[in-house]
Design a protein around this ligand. Structure first.
Ligand code: FAD
Length: 427
């Protein structure tokens, strides 16, 4: 496959160009080779350089080309799975350690932005809304649980009356406002991480797809132009791992998710849609998520598909989800529509692990990767540095293999996903 430019998204249209990194040619040595130039790979590179390791990062396309340059930009607190589910699955101590790491993930995003002066439109707050009446008291109970068990006081319940003041969105029964959550411009963040990694001395190669690797005294990582010889390897390919490492692929499922950007909206309309410029998300299984851009476009994500093909007209595909919430946008022009591939797991918790003492991976963030993939880089660097306790808090969460493994997982998954998305529609 050729080195691909960024997809035609509002994000790609609104970043300053980043200089090209070279293609790998010939033989290069490094302490650690990282495959993948999204948040996982770039954050790993930054934290490894802080520990003095030499790093060669290989990206098949451009840095931020994958999900890291195309996502909703929501930086949620905690983990993708909710705390009560984690408590039942893993017990209170492990659940608490995961909650703490989830908060540290958001802090790590903010610190990297601050330390490296990354201009990526970082803002505060997420308003999460209940689409079904029975979910409103559940959200209220969740707020109470986070406060009493975890001492978390940045989230509060918002009733239906107050919600109507915060958003003109239709069909909601209550919500939660989490001031600890953040949102940002995802591609500006990815490019900022790449600049920070490169200026700290990481060697980044673009247009350098890894074809295979082998382990001996050293790990040999091959592209069609060259080879990296390294002591450690980090697989950071997430939804784009494909056939590179079948041993890690069976516990994740690549799925496609889609976004649109409207034309810039008037200040009045923008404030009506989201009064306080937070991000927003809803409680459907196939989640809708949205926020405003710096130039007041609505950036709306909704709809999924489970085959390799993207819909022909993505803007129109996503528009129907947006109009269910904001019918007032019926005449609003859609300027961009794009999609990306992310990896999900069976239990929606990420899959961290080792394939040997020298080969590590982290993926399957299930839609919560802006914070957790960033954190993964920190924990991968700690583990390579010989302190794996915190990496193991993540790695010891059970990560079941999809029924049917890599070959047969599609039919079962598609049936399951379609069942749940049907439940969304039936209410
Ligand atoms: C539309 C969409 C919306 C989303 N919204 C949110 C959100 O609002 N909040 C949130 O937290 N998460 C969200 N996510 C998920 C989030 O974007 C991902 O979890 C996160 O970006 C994963 O980062 P990553 O570095 O692991 O993977 P990626 O960013 O996908 O990077 C993987 C990279 O590996 C490269 N690669 C693959 N194979 C090879 C190879 N053989 N050789 C060299 N390079 C290779 C790819 O080219 C790619 O650039 C969303 C995802 C999508 C698609």
């Amino acid at each position: 496959m050729q080195n691909q430019a960024h997809v035609d998204s509002w994000y790609a249209a609104s970043v300053a160009p980043l200089e090209d990194f070279p293609r790998l040619q010939g033989e290069v040595s490094a302490d650690v080779c990282i495959i993948g130039g999204g948040y996982t790979g770039l954050s790993t590179a930054i934290f490894l350089r802080q520990r003095g390791y030499s790093v060669a990062l290989l990206e098949a396309n451009r840095v931020g080309w994958g999900a890291s340059g195309r996502n909703g930009g929501h930086v949620g607190t905690g983990q993708r799975a909710d705390q009560e589910q984690l408590e039942k699955m893993l017990g209170p101590d492990h659940a608490k350690a995961l909650w703490d790491l989830g908060l540290e993930a958001v802090d790590t995003v903010c610190e990297l932005i601050d330390d490296n002066a990354i201009d990526c439109e970082l803002k505060r707050g997420n308003l999460h809304v209940a689409c079904k009446a029975k979910e409103a008291p559940e959200l209220e109970a969740e707020v109470e649980h986070l406060s009493s068990v975890y001492g978390y006081d940045q989230i509060r319940y918002v009733d239906k009356t107050e919600l109507a003041e915060l958003t003109s969105g239709q069909g909601f029964h209550g919500g939660t406002l989490d001031s600890g959550a953040r949102h940002l411009h995802p591609l500006k963040y990815a490019q900022g991480l790449a600049r920070a990694a490169a200026s700290s001395g990481a060697q980044i190669y673009e247009g350098s797809r890894v074809l295979s690797y082998s382990e001996g005294d050293k790990i040999r990582v091959k592209t069609d132009g060259g080879e990296v010889l390294a002591g450690f390897l980090v697989l950071a390919c997430n939804g784009y791992l494909e056939k590179l490492e079948p041993r890690a692929a069976g516990r994740i499922m690549p799925i496609n998710n889609y976004m649109l950007a409207t034309e810039p909206l008037s200040e009045d309309l923008a404030r009506r849609l989201i009064r306080d410029d937070t991000s927003m998300s809803d409680s459907l299984f196939v989640i809708n998520y949205w926020k405003l851009s710096a130039d007041n476009r609505l950036l709306f994500g909704g709809g999924e598909s489970y085959t390799r093909r993207f819909p022909a007209d993505i803007g129109n595909f996503v528009r129907k989800y947006m109009l269910r919430i904001y019918p007032e946008l019926g005449d609003t022009r859609i300027d961009y529509g794009w999609g990306g591939t992310l990896a999900i797991t069976m239990n929606r918790m990420p899959d961290f692990g080792r394939l040997s003492p020298a080969v590590f991976y982290a993926h399957g963030y299930s839609g919560h990767g802006v914070p957790i993939a960033t954190l993964a880089g920190k924990l991968l660097a700690e583990a390579i540095g010989g302190t794996a306790e915190r990496f193991d808090v993540m790695a010891s969460v059970p990560s079941p293999t999809f029924p049917g493994g890599t070959l047969l997982r599609w039919p079962g998954l598609v049936a399951g996903m379609l069942f749940y998305s049907l439940r969304d529609r039936l209410g």
